[in-house]
Design a protein around this ligand. Structure first.
Ligand code: 13P
Length: 247
């Protein structure tokens, strides 16, 4: 299924300060002025940049996503950020279960299910990230792992809006990209899962992430069920981000 428009999302991870982020957005908006863009743009900056960037992007084609959230609604959770805070700061989306959260910070599927619940309660749109490690792929377990991640994180999911990002762990920040065939096959599996799970499963945009860049974006975006890209390193520079958006 083809979604209109496709989505190009930039995950800045722990890069770019508030002032650097504002310079990025200024440059991007200046170049976009008077230009028709067929794709939708999302930027996921660090927490401190959410509000200033959301303000700078208001009324433009760029929407803002947070990179993480607490599974709690409010309370004594020092250092955590609630969904209500993200929403109030101007975020429309939130990444849930990015592979760095899973593998560096040990976030489990059960925790991600709890986060998804609070995201839905507060009315933000989750971008659920899934993906297998190299070892799991080499063992032939990639589809099983991704299906398990989807099943466990989405158990009891009662929202009506969702994005999924397939990010094979071995392709993140490595320069190694899934072949268009790898991406096509996994996206087809994810679509099959979503269709079986939700009456609106056909409408869920499925993004690919993992060393996406201007040189490979067109081929990836041409694959069936690849409805957009979640870009890390190549989204830190407005020119390369824009090149990806315009391939
Ligand atoms: P890279 O594009 O740097 O591989 O990062 C991908 C990613 O993790 C986006 O969330």
């Amino acid at each position: 299924m083809t979604f209109q428009p496709q989505i190009i999302a930039g995950n800045w991870k722990m890069n770019l300060t508030v002032s650097q982020g504002l310079v990025f957005v200024d440059r991007l908006l200046a170049v976009l002025k008077g230009r028709e863009l067929s794709r939708k743009l999302i930027l996921a900056p660090n927490f401190t940049s959410l509000q200033p960037l959301a303000t700078a992007c208001r009324g433009s084609v760029i929407e803002i996503a947070a990179q993480n959230c607490s599974e709690h609604e409010a309370g004594a959770f020092t250092g955590e950020t609630s969904i209500a805070m993200l929403k109030d700061a101007g975020a429309a989306y939130v990444l849930i279960g990015h592979s760095e959260r899973r593998h560096i910070f040990g976030e489990s599927d059960a925790l991600l299910a709890a986060k998804l619940k609070v995201v839905i309660t507060e009315g933000l749109v989750p971008i659920l990230c899934v993906g297998e490690t190299l070892e799991q792929r080499l063992q032939g377990d990639a589809v099983t792992v991704v299906t398990r991640q989807l099943t466990e994180a989405l158990a009891g999911f009662s929202g009506s809006q969702l994005l999924v990002a397939y990010e094979p762990v071995w392709a993140i920040g490595t320069g190694e990209t899934a072949t268009p065939d790898d991406a096509r096959q996994m996206h087809a599996e994810i679509r099959k899962f979503l269709r079986a799970e939700f009456t609106w499963g056909d409408e869920v945009p499925i993004l690919y992430g993992g060393s996406a860049k201007p040189g490979n974006a067109a081929e990836l975006l041409a694959q069936p069920e690849v409805n957009g890209l979640l870009v890390g390193g190549a989204a830190l520079d407005p020119e390369s981000f824009l090149q990806i958006a315009e391939v």
